[in-house]
Structure formats: C-alpha cells, structure tokens
Ligand binder design. Structure first.
Ligand SMILES: Nc1ncnc2c1ncn2[C@@H]1O[C@H](COP(=O)(O)OP(=O)(O)OP(=O)(O)O)[C@@H](O)[C@H]1O
Length: 232
C-alpha cells in the first residue's frame, strides 16, 4: 500500500531576494491499495506531476509523509530513494523516453543489464515480456521504426522487466490516437490482473480514467473528489 498523509509542497519562483512562494500541494491525503489501478485526474497545473514526483521520490515534500509498503520513503536521502525506486517502481511516460540507438528488445533489456543480471536470464525474461505485451514480431526494430502504440508497449515492457510492484505512469496515452489509447489501457488492465501490479496513473483526460478502480481528482493542489470508480 502507498499511504500519503497531509502532503504540502510549494515552489519558489522569481528573482533572488524577490522570490514568491507558490503553494502547489495543499494537504494531500489518500491511499493506494495493493493491486489497484488508481487514476489521478485534474486540469493542467493542478499539481498532478508534482504529486507523482514526490510519491516516486524524485522530489522531497515540504511537509507530510509517504509510506510505501510500510517504509517511510519521504525521509529518504537521494541515494536511498534511487535504490528504493530501482526495486519497487517502474515508470511510463507520455513521450515513451526510449533509447533511439537501441532496438525494442535492447530497450526492454537495459534495466536488467543495469541491475547486473546475466545474459542468459536477461534474454529469457525479455522474450517472455515481449510476448506478453505483443511485441515479438517487432523486437528487432528501432524506436523510430515503431508506431506510437508499439513504442508505448516497449516502454511498458521496460517498466515491467524488473518486476516492480508499482508502476507510475504520467499521461501514458497522451500521445496516442483514441484506438491505440484503448489498446494500451487494455494492456495495463491485463497486466494489473495477471501480474497484480499496482498502477498510479495521472491524466487530464476524464475518459481515460474510466478504466480505474479508483479515481482521485485534483484541483488547485487539493484532492477534491475520490472514491471507487462505481461511486462516481
Ligand atoms: N520546478 C518548478 N518550479 C516552479 N513552479 C513549478 C515547478 N514545477 C511545477 N511548478 C508549478 O506548479 C504547478 C503544478 O504543476 P504540475 O506540473 O504539478 O501540474 P500538472 O497538474 O501535472 O500539470 P500538467 O497536466 O500540465 O502537467 C504549476 O503552476 C506549475 O507552474
């Protein structure tokens, strides 16, 4: 479970000496249960990305507390955060963030290489995941030889390859047409069911959030609405 308690954060903007403090998160409290698909929706500038960055340990909150599987992650040092991320989190981004000089197969393999997994185990694992996300036929293509939907499948496979229990996704379907968007959302649902992975997904698109178990709505730094999908 991820527990977020009374999270506050602000950014300082403007010239030195004349800085203004802009509050961006104003007391956020919510839980993400294991195995859930949770969407955080809200308009541009409402604070979604800031919340995600803090939950993933890229940013230290001004105040408040985060626990992931009972571990107080909000008081981690940068090095502790990086180590924790490697073992617990996968990431999917709107613009895929694939390495252009590596094939689809090699992109997915990379996190295992970084973890020091031996070549034989790497190949087996990547093959299995490529099959699960439907990329076997294009595994030797470079990113620029793939469609947007295929590239997002590669990035999802890369996020999954180290078996993290939690995947954070920032507008994962934001660059896709509506049909491809549906394919990617179905893939996320199927991975959630078959592997029990928890997904925390941010989007400004209410339609996309229909696949959620739970939806939280952000408005101007506050969670203004939430609950089970069927309650909304
Ligand atoms: N590094 C920063 N320095 C100063 N202000 C920032 C910084 N990052 C974000 N902000 C401000 O914080 C507010 C919330 O930004 P955030 O990116 O979290 O919103 P968002 O809901 O994710 O928006 P979008 O959907 O456009 O990505 C915005 O007003 C933004 O300008």
């Amino acid at each position: 479970m991820i527990s977020v308690r009374d999270l506050h954060h602000s950014f300082k903007i403007g010239k030195k000496g004349k800085e203004k403090k802009i509050p961006v998160l104003k007391g956020i409290t919510f839980n993400v249960e294991d195995g859930e698909i949770v969407f955080i929706v809200g308009r541009s500038g409402s604070g979604k990305s800031t919340l995600l960055h803090i939950m993933a340990g890229f940013l230290t909150p001004e105040s408040g507390e985060i626990q992931v599987e009972g571990v107080h992650t909000s008081s981690f040092t940068e090095a502790e955060s990086a180590k924790f991320r490697l073992d617990h989190f996968g990431f999917v981004f709107q613009n895929f963030q694939l390495m252009p000089g590596l094939t689809a197969f090699e992109n997915v393999e990379l996190p295992l290489k970084l973890k020091g997994v031996n070549k034989g185990s790497r190949k087996d694992k990547v093959k299995e995941i490529m099959q699960q996300v439907g990329l076997t036929d294009v595994q030797n293509h470079y990113p620029n030889e793939l469609s947007g939907g295929q590239q997002q499948r590669v990035s999802i496979a890369r996020a999954l390859i180290t078996d993290p229990p939690i995947i954070f996704a920032d507008e994962p379907t934001g660059s896709l047409d509506s049909e491809t968007e549906q394919d990617v959302l179905l893939l996320i649902q199927s991975l959630n069911k078959t592997r029990g992975i928890t997904f925390v997904i941010i989007t400004h698109d209410d339609e996309v959030a229909r696949t959620a178990d739970r939806i939280y709505k952000m408005h101007d730094g506050e969670l203004v609405e939430g609950g089970e999908q069927h309650e909304i």
